[in-house]
Design a protein around this ligand. Structure first.
Ligand code: FES
Ligand SMILES: [Fe+2]
Length: 425
């Protein structure tokens, strides 16, 4: 049966080796994705370092719905719908901050950090018609793993740890780039691309595009770094399907577990000034650990549906409409004594060099994503191919379907989850 013959159930638009081009362009499919995916599963909203103590908050989105993530007075993480219970105004427009609670700017109904409605001005008008206890801000289930905070509208779904499944091991490994210190957010920037959210979702574990799209980045770095990222013909560089739509692409397998270091790999000469600075305070073994993690962990972890962990940053995607997506790049580094500032400054420079708005990497990616959207306007019934490597994909000893890093295993993983969530039964 050909993919073009399906017209009704969106789940039928995904086959094992290809998906319908309409998945990028059909506004009805997009509407269904917002409810069946973004309002029905765990969606990343914050890193715990963004909420360091009681009263801290940040604004975010779950699908298209605006939320405020807070730490209440007792330190518990909460995700509250950013919508006043009176007539719907947003109660907070700040990206992040610290507060005792939130007061709606329209008629000044005020809410606690836990979402409880605390005060109403001129309350006489409500005598006998309103019970404050029934008008708390809507609260979403909120759980975290490894510092990554997720929220969901779906009260009945599995706990977060179950949803993450085997991806938890990779989150643990990713966080080792703190070099023994916890990870903290160093800074972030946002940009928009004119394309469907799944085009970005596909990209994080797409090793095939790397030497093509990122030729300018490859030619802008030193030989050691370019060599490290020349994984096209390395048979040990592989991508795993981790289940539940998650996947991981190991570009530099020798860095996947930073604790497994036999000491044979020299530190990169480009970091000599940082090494000299750090050596004034830290022991050589600690300096080595910190500097070796400068590029991150050598793998990209893609967590369905909206966050990926790559190099030294998180990438968060926010669907706006069928052909418009916001992306946030959140740079991270170790949270330790001030002597680490020199390292974190250098981490930001490495991050900007690829992922920054004027970087040598992300602008090229974004151009590719825009062009997929433009091209996919042609022949929406023609499939998008995700079959690369199907002939050589096999389960590895952990049972994860595995193929070469340039294969489309990660895309197939994401689309199988998409198919399951979008199907009627
Ligand atoms: S809309 Fe919030 S107080 Fe009226
Ligand atoms: Fe890329």
């Amino acid at each position: 049966m050909s993919i073009e013959s399906f017209r009704t159930d969106p789940a039928d638009l995904v086959l094992g080796d290809r998906v319908a081009g309409r998945l990028y362009t059909d506004p009805d499919i997009f509407e269904q994705e917002m409810t069946r995916i973004f309002e029905s599963t765990w969606v990343w909203v914050a890193h715990e370092s963004e909420l360091p103590g009681p009263g801290t908050f940040k604004t975010a989105h779950v699908g298209r719905q605006p939320v405020v993530v807070t730490r209440d007075r007792k330190g518990a993480l909460r995700t509250l719908l950013n919508r006043c219970r009176h007539r719907g105004a947003s109660i907070c427009e700040q990206a992040a901050g610290k507060a005792n609670g939130f007061t709606c700017p329209y008629h000044a109904w005020s809410y606690g950090l836990d979402g409880a409605l605390r005060g109403i001005p001129y309350p006489e008008g409500y005598d006998g018609v309103l019970d404050k206890r029934e008008l708390s801000l809507r609260q979403l289930r909120t759980e975290s793993y490894g510092g990554m905070v997720f929220a969901t509208f779906a009260d009945e779904i599995e706990p977060l740890t179950e949803f993450l499944g085997d991806a938890k091991l990779w989150i643990d490994r990713f966080m080792k780039q703190g070099g023994g210190y916890p990870i903290k957010v160093l800074g972030k920037h946002q940009f928009k691309f004119r394309g469907n959210w799944k085009i970005q979702l596909e990209n994080t574990t797409d090793g095939y595009h790397f030497p093509i799209v990122h030729r300018s980045w490859m030619s802008s770095v030193d030989a050691e770094t370019a060599n490290m990222m020349s994984f096209m013909t390395d048979p040990t560089a592989v991508t795993h399907d981790l289940g539940h739509g998650h996947s991981v692409m190991q570009m530099v397998p020798g860095h996947s577990d930073l604790d497994a270091d036999d000491g044979s790999e020299p530190l990169q000469a480009r970091f000599d000034p940082v090494i000299t600075e750090l050596s004034r305070t830290f022991e050589p073994a600690e300096v080595r650990k910190l500097v070796r993690a400068m590029h991150g962990t050598g793998f990209n972890l893609n967590l369905f549906p909206n966050v990926s962990m790559s190099a030294a940053f998180f990438r968060v995607l926010r669907p706006i409409s069928v052909d418009e997506t916001w992306i946030e790049h959140i740079a991270i580094g170790p949270d330790g004594p001030p002597e680490l500032d020199v390292l974190n400054r250098e981490r930001l420079r490495v991050h900007e060099h690829f992922q920054g708005p004027f970087g040598f990497g992300t602008p090229d990616d974004a151009e590719g994503w825009d062009r997929v959207q433009r091209g996919a306007q042609g022949a929406p019934d023609m499939p998008i191919m995700v079959n690369r490597g199907l002939g050589r994909e096999k389960p590895n000893p952990d049972g994860w379907p595995t193929s070469h890093v340039t294969d489309e295993t990660g895309m197939r993983a994401a689309y199988q989850q998409w198919k399951q969530m979008m199907s009627d039964d």
